[in-house]
Design a binder for this molecule. Structure first.
Ligand code: AMP
Ligand code: MN
Ligand code: MN
Ligand code: MN
Length: 274
């Protein structure tokens, strides 16, 4: 049976609500799933509070995805089985999501300055229930308004680091994120190492900051990447994870749920029954 340990809901930059995502995951026959929204656990806690957690026939693993500070590279760190009511974690997430809010208004102003007529309210309409306003919400508005044919192209021209509309938001240091995840009882995992785009940095992150898992299986990893990351996981005694990074709309991630999955044996090791 297949599992997927990396998925987003409408509480960050995904399109499906947590309930819809759970229903879709059941539909395609997943046995384990993890919700890993950017900088928020609200999707996970909503499932808890509505009594949908865990769901029959499908086992849910609580997760989150952090972005770490780095001047050049994109470093994302997943946290599994965090205590969603942990005080220090909650305070940090508030700080980060507030900074995302300020940054989104700055990016809209920059885009207006570049001649792209879009309004804050249009981004907020797309962001809907999101607690973490993202560049991908902005990209979706730019596509909707026909400035770009795809989200990818909006990123490539305007939104990627170093492009004209890019504005950073507050991202803690990688080591601080790892320590916070551990304090909240969770397992810190280096996400999509290929997207870091620097193998020396990946090795450093696996070795020196307390990371305990590596996302070996990921849509952009080819066979050689998987072999290399399996070796790295073995070398540094890291748990092996993987997932689709499903967002529910066409970007650099697969659009369909259940197309990219991993073997249950990896997910099983992370599952903590309530
Ligand atoms: P943010 O966390 O607000 O900086 O936005 C980053 C999000 O945008 C990621 O989580 C991805 O979902 C998406 N993203 C980042 N880079 C790209 C890209 N080159 N093409 C499409 N989507 C991207
Ligand atoms: Mn995203
Ligand atoms: Mn990521
Ligand atoms: Mn992700």
């Amino acid at each position: 049976m297949p599992s997927d340990l990396h998925m987003h809901t409408s509480f960050s930059d995904g399109t499906l609500s947590p309930e819809e995502l759970v229903a879709a995951a059941k539909e395609v026959g997943l046995s384990y799933m993890a919700i890993t929204d950017h900088d928020t656990i609200d999707g996970v806690s909503q499932l808890y509070e509505d009594g949908h957690y865990p769901s029959r026939g499908l086992r849910l693993i609580p997760g989150i995805e952090f972005s770490a500070h780095h001047p050049v590279h994109d470093i994302h760190i997943l946290g599994y089985n965090i205590d969603i009511y942990h005080r220090e974690l909650a305070d940090k997430l508030t700080e980060i999501t507030e900074s995302r809010w300020t940054r989104f208004t700055a990016m809209v102003a920059k885009l207006q300055g570049l001649g792209y007529q879009l309004k804050e309210s249009e981004v907020l309409a797309v962001a809907d229930t999101s607690r973490a306003i993202s560049r991908s919400h902005i990209a979706r508005v730019l596509v909707k308004k026909n400035f770009f044919p795809s989200v990818r192209e909006a990123f490539a021209v305007l939104l990627e680091k170093g492009k004209p509309a890019y504005v950073p938001h507050y991202r803690p240091e990688a080591a601080e994120i790892v320590s916070l995840i551990k304090k909240a009882g969770g397992l810190p995992v280096l996400a999509h190492p290929k997207l870091v785009q620097n193998e020396d940095l990946v090795e450093y992150l696996c070795r020196d900051i307390g990371i305990e898992g590596l996302e070996v299986f990921y849509p952009q990893h080819d066979e050689a990447d998987v072999v290399r990351y399996l070796h790295l996981a073995e070398k540094y005694h890291l748990q092996i994870t993987g997932g689709s990074d499903f967002h529910g709309f066409t970007s650099r991630h697969p659009t369909e749920l259940g197309v990219f999955t991993i073997d249950d044996s990896y997910a099983e090791k992370l599952y903590r029954p309530l």
